[in-house]
Design a protein around this ligand. Sequence first.
Ligand code: PAF
Length: 277
Amino acid sequence: MQIIKTIDELRSWRKSVGKVAFVPTMGNLHAGHLALVREAKKHADTVVVSIFVNPLQFGQGEDFAAYPRTLQADAEKLEQAGVAVLFAPSDKELYPNTVQAFNVEPSALQNELEGKFRPGHFRGVATVVLKLFNIVEPQIACFGKKDFQQLVVIQQMVAELNVNIHIIPVDTGRAEDGLALSSRNGYLTDNERQQAPQLYAVLCHMKNELQKGRRDFSVLENQATETLNNQGWQTDYVEIRRRADLSHARPDDTQLIILAAAKLGKPRLIDNLEVDL
Ligand code: PAF
């Protein structure tokens, strides 16, 4: 596996290969990322993974400085997974100007759900992803469903800006107790880690209720919030939305998704669960 740190070098390597599948990441790789790589390999012989902790998508007071940077260990995992190129640019390489003047402005969805609690986050995500797409020029790119709103924002960006890249959604990897795999799980204390699957359990309970026929969405959302808060979480949101575009769910919808974010102590976890009715 080649480790490439500059845009020029990546571009000159890119000229020598045909079809590329791409997995953008912020590193600190876990089994969920490796599932993205496995999916990417189904679509192209050559897989490029990027590792870049993108300052643009972190708000003030968020964990940009503390975000785990584990390049050496990540590179070993990617090498074993058969990745052709690890693209790991510096902040200066991707953002040579102190201010990024041109940004991708997502739809109003950027201000809902995660966006309500992380203003500017999806603008930062969309901007860096488009930059990476322009550098790597993949035919395929894989994104995890764990960050479902991010996936929808990227799908909308690709459709509306006519970006010629096929986006492949990949199912969320989970620990045996149901906790969604995330780099941020590393922030959990032992006790919090024991408690963390409660978030998924609440989503599963809601799914069950929906499948039994309940359509009182806001009652279900409030009950779930109360359950989590009673268990010691600080819930930011639990919402039932339409899966295709994350607009508000209606009683006759058949493809829904329940999305949630809550803090357990300091760490803030997000999760979601698809529901077919
Ligand atoms: O999902 C992530 O790890 C990041 O948001 C991404 C897509 C790599 C952009 O920085």
